[in-house]
Structure formats: structure tokens, C-alpha cells
Ligand binder design. Structure first.
Ligand code: TI3
Ligand code: ZN
Ligand code: CA
Length: 550
């Protein structure tokens, strides 16, 4: 026995804790508030010699149980420690020779969920550390430990609950398995079946359900999917970080941390019309995009995933909206739609991105404002639901441009990042100066910036991508101010502007709303938020006067 000169604190520790080798300066103990039992004990403890007299070499499990016996008052337990603890794992540390045992506390043979302990034993059979949580005798001795329902009943209950949540599960990745646990729900122990189930379709999940074994009720559930941050290079060669999921040893582009998830697929250059059909009718999105490491090498996919998360966060932070349906709907994107397809779209179910021909466009997911634009189409579908032609259609496009520009933050151009890679500074559309961009329906002119210049033909569903510019210009004037066709507008900034348009879209407008209703909805929204006589309300009227909308 190695002895030291005891400090008074060590002497006290011995007086309280009984006999064993104690090194004063190294001893530490922490007691948890919940049960008043140790969270950790650091000390050096050897098994008393009388117990080691027999010829047989003692096992590590025996040492651990003797140690627990020695600490049983602190652990607030009675009886044989063999009935309270089961060793579930032993790992021997090659360098130090120390064995690390993992134990689970039991009552009447039923494990207590979360009540686990680790005990470290050196190669000369000294216990050096205890960590964990122990539920004292008095909290567990009267618990009912015989189930009234069986495992199969619990499993079918959970199967139903998962399908209610994510839809029909055709095949589980591994059969759901029920295990009996005592589960502490807000301070009360319940005898439960923990059912774990793994799914990849229709939604990825590693589901954990606790089913009360006395009545079959689900008392707790969560999705313990393994989320990790991955990396990649975007379309513009910039470094991106985004959330993915680990499945066995491969990673795939599913972010389970936002709403019901963000998931990106590869459409394998399928024709846009065919892909659209398969997507809408069969729920086909393309191939899963996987990687063996945390680096993803498809720039279009990297940006689709990262930008969808950015737009999700924008809606959540700016409008407290949980995805496009405000109920966390999953954001699904497919990249590589078509062969050099020069467009992007929301098809009512998901986002579709072309790769561009490389000349006029590069892959559309590379531009944050494009993703903002597309997801705003989804928001519009779930709110004002503006019909996609003529004036309501132009407003539909305009909301996508306005909020897309807001997500992108510091410019008033649309698609500048993916448009004509060889030409600097140009864009598909400009909210600030629509007339500076050639009108695709009439290349002699720029986009209209006043109601008197409304395109009245039938191309492009009645000019939805062209007439949108009239409302775009009003939004720009409202935010930044300026004089337009001799009408002066005082700017109220982006923050107030986005709130006014979002409110108009989600609270006032309807499928057939036209420009004049848009003006009134914006006024009404400004009054709601800022008051009748506010500058914001006055500025809305000035902005619509300036573009000739009454
Ligand atoms: S829906 C949206 C997608 C997008 C957003 C694309 C932002 C780029 C940037 C969109 O505006 N698409 C454009 C679009 O569909 N069209 C217009 C119509 C005709 C006009 C257009 C303008 C396309 C300029 C290409 C270039 C179309 O292609 O049918
Ligand atoms: Zn659009
Ligand atoms: Ca932009």
C-alpha cells in the first residue's frame, strides 16, 4: 500500500468513504442534483485482499461489481450489485492497458433508459474512474416491470405512427425491433418498449418511439438521424458548407435539421418535360447523390443543397415561416434537368434546375436569387395562389423576383451570377432599372417600367416574365427611393419593403388579383404594420403612382 501524508480533507474523505488507498490531491467526486448520486468519482481503489485470496484470477466484471458494492451508500442502492448493473461492453486501451467497462443499470432485469455508467480499471486492477448516472433504490423499487402488451403490438403501433408522419413505408432498412426499458418521462418512470426503425423512403429517418407497455400509448418519439456538415465547391468555385446525412458509410444530400428536410437529387439530364411528368405523377426526383466522404464534388448539387438551406433560413428568420407551406414541408431539388436546359422551375412539387448551355447560362442552382425566386413560387402557390397568366401571373413572377432579390441581399439584379459567364455586370432582369435589359418578347425595347408600357400580347402566358418588371420597379422605388417619371418616392429600406410584400402576398391577394389590387394590398399591409400616417404607407402610394398603377 502506497501511503502519503494525509491532508485533513483526505482524512475526512476516508472517514466518510471507508478504507482504501486514497491519494488526497487526485480524489474528486461530483454529485448530481437530480438523484443526489455521483456523476463521477475519480480515485484509486483496489479490491480488498481478502476477496482476492482464491486462486482464480478475478475478472474485471467482478472488480467493477465489488467497486459498486463499496460505493453502494453513495449510489443509494441496496442488495446485490449484480441485480442492479449489467456490463454491456469492455474496451481495453492498448497504450495504457486500462479497461473501460460500460454498464447499464437495471431493475428486475429491465434496463433503465439512459442510466449508464463507465468504470475504468488499470492493468494492475485498480479502479480509477467512475462516470454515469445511477437511479437510487427508492426511485425504482416499486416500479411495475411486467408489460401488459407484447413487443409485436408495440411494433405495429410504431409502424402506424411512422406512416402517419411520413407516408407508406414500403420497406424498412432493418426490421423495427422493440426492447423493454424503464423510461423517465418528466420525472415519472414508465415501463416502455423502445422501438427503433430505420427508413430511407419516403423519408430518411432513424426513428425512436417509446411505447407505454401498460397501455400501448406513445409517450415519446424522435428522429435520431445522423446529421453531419459536409463541404463542396459551388458553381462559382466558392467553398460551401451544408448539412448531409450519413447512412452506413456513405453520405447523401439530405439535411434533416430544417423542417421536414432538404433533399437534392440528380435528374440525369432527363428531358425537362418528361422529368416534370415523372416528378408530379410518380414522385420521381432522380438519383440520390452520394459521397464516401464529407466532400461533395458536384457543384450544381452542392449549391442546390446549400442555397435551399439559405432560403429556408431567410423565410424562417425574416417572416417566421417554416418552409413554403409554413408546416416544414420538405424542400426537394433536382439538378441536371435536361441537356443544357436554360431555365429553372418550381413544378408544384419540387425545384428543377437546368445546367444552362454554358454560354447564356451556367447551372441555375449557382445563384441564390434563383433559388429564392423558385421557392417564392412555392410560397405563392400556398398563399395568394396567383394564376400564372396576364396580370396575376406577372405579380406571381414579381413576388418571386422581389423576395429572390431580398434573399440575395445586396443587389437588385436577377440571375446575374449564372447569366452569360463571359459578360460582366449583366443580368436576366433588373428590378432597379428594368428598361436597361432587352425585353425578350420585343428586343427593340427594354422591360416595361410603367403601367403604360404593359405588354398585352399572348406570348409567355401574357408576358408574366416581362410585366413583372412594373411591380418590380415599384418595389425597388419603395425600398431605395428615387424619382421615376417625375414622381418622387421616399425610400423605406429593404426590411420594411420585404415585410409589406410578404404580408400582401400571404394576407390579402387572391388568385385573380391584378396590379390595382396589388397597390391596395401593399397600402393595407403598410397600414397594418406601420400605421395609417406612417412614411411607409405614404411611400407605398408614391411608388405605385410612379409606375402608373392606381
Ligand atoms: S421562373 C424563372 C426562373 C428563373 C429565375 C430563371 C431567375 C432565371 C433567373 C424565370 O424567370 N424563368 C424565365 C422564363 O421562363 N422565361 C423568360 C420564359 C420567357 C421569358 C426568359 C427570359 C427566359 C430570358 C430566358 C431568358 C420562358 O423561357 O418561357
Ligand atoms: Zn419564375
Ligand atoms: Ca441578384
Amino acid at each position: 500500500m502506497k501511503k502519503k501524508i494525509f491532508s485533513s480533507a483526505a482524512a475526512l474523505a476516508i472517514a466518510l468513504g471507508g478504507l482504501s488507498t486514497v491519494h488526497a490531491d487526485e480524489n474528486q467526486i461530483k454529485i448530481n442534483d437530480k438523484y443526489n448520486t455521483p456523476s463521477y468519482i475519480i480515485e484509486k481503489w483496489e479490491m480488498p485482499p481478502k476477496l482476492t485470496l482464491s486462486k482464480k484470477k478475478v475478472t474485471e466484471e467482478e472488480i467493477a461489481l465489488s467497486y459498486l458494492e463499496y460505493q453502494k451508500d453513495k449510489l443509494k442502492l441496496k442488495g446485490n450489485m449484480k441485480n442492479h448493473f449489467k456490463v454491456v461492453d469492455t474496451q481495453k486501451d492498448k497504450e495504457t492497458g486500462t479497461s473501460h467497462l460500460r454498464l447499464v443499470e437495471h431493475q428486475n432485469g429491465v434496463p433503465i433508459y439512459g442510466s449508464e455508467q463507465t468504470i475504468s480499471i488499470t492493468d494492475n486492477q485498480e479502479v480509477t474512474a467512475f462516470f454515469g448516472e445511477v437511479v437510487p433504490q427508492e426511485h425504482k423499487e416499486n416500479l411495475d416491470t411486467s408489460p401488459s402488451i407484447d413487443a409485436a403490438q408495440a411494433e405495429s403501433k410504431v409502424n402506424q405512427a411512422i406512416e402517419d408522419k411520413i407516408g407508406e413505408v414500403k420497406a424498412y432498412d432493418a426490421d423495427p425491433k422493440a426492447e423493454l426499458y424503464l423510461f423517465d418521462k418528466e420525472g415519472d418512470f414508465h415501463l416502455t418498449y423502445l422501438v427503433k426503425a430505420s427508413t430511407s423512403n419516403p423519408a430518411p429517418g432513424y426513428w425512436h418511439y417509446f411505447v407505454d407497455a401498460s397501455n400501448g400509448e406513445i409517450i415519446e418519439s424522435f428522429n435520431a438521424i445522423d446529421n453531419v456538415t459536409a463541404f463542396g465547391e459551388g458553381v462559382l468555385g466558392d467553398k460551401k458548407k451544408f448539412e448531409v446525412t450519413k447512412d452506413n458509410n456513405s453520405y447523401y444530400l439530405y439535411d434533416g435539421t430544417r423542417g421536414d428536410g432538404i433533399h437534392t437529387f440528380n435528374a440525369l439530364n432527363l428531358d425537362p418535360n418528361l422529368f416534370n411528368l415523372l416528378s408530379q405523377i410518380f414522385g420521381y426526383h432522380g438519383d440520390e447523390i452520394t459521397s464516401n466522404h464529407k466532400f461533395f464534388s458536384d457543384p450544381a448539387a452542392v449549391d442546390a443543397q446549400a442555397h435551399a438551406a439559405d432560403v429556408y433560413d431567410y423565410y424562417e428568420e425574416t417572416f417566421n415561416r417554416d418552409s413554403f407551406d409554413d408546416e416544414g414541408a420538405r424542400l426537394i431539388s433536382s439538378v441536371h434537368v435536361g441537356d443544357g436546359w436554360n431555365n429553372a422551375a418550381w413544378n408544384g412539387v419540387q425545384m428543377m434546375y437546368g445546367d444552362g448551355d454554358g454560354d447564356t447560362f451556367i447551372p441555375f442552382s449557382g445563384a441564390l436569387d434563383v433559388i429564392g425566386h423558385e421557392l417564392t413560387h412555392a410560397v405563392t402557390d400556398r398563399s395568394a395562389d396567383l394564376v400564372y397568366q396576364y396580370e396575376p401571373g406577372a405579380l406571381n413572377e414579381s413576388f418571386s423576383d422581389i423576395l429572390g432579390a431580398m434573399v440575395d441581399r445586396d443587389d437588385w439584379l436577377m440571375g446575374e451570377d449564372i447569366y452569360t459567364p463571359d459578360i460582366e455586370g449583366d443580368a436576366l432582369r433588373s428590378l432597379e432599372d428594368p428598361a436597361s435589359i432587352p425585353n425578350p418578347l420585343n428586343p427593340e425595347e427594354g422591360y416595361p417600367d410603367h403601367y403604360s408600357k404593359l405588354y398585352t400580347g399572348e406570348l409567355d402566358n401574357g408576358g408574366v416574365h416581362v410585366n413583372s418588371s412594373i411591380n418590380n420597379k415599384a418595389a425597388h422605388l419603395l425600398s431605395e427611393g428615387g424619382t421615376h417619371y417625375d414622381v418622387e418616392v421616399e425610400g423605406i429600406g429593404r426590411k420594411a419593403t420585404e415585410q409589406i410584400y410578404y404580408r400582401a402576398l400571404t394576407k390579402y391577394l387572391t388568385p385573380t388579383s391584378d396590379f390595382s389590387m396589388m397597390r391596395q394590398a401593399a397600402i393595407q399591409s403598410a397600414i397594418d404594420i406601420y400605421g395609417e400616417n406612417s412614411q411607409q404607407t405614404i411611400s407605398v402610394k408614391q411608388a405605385y403612382d410612379a409606375v402608373g398603377v392606381k
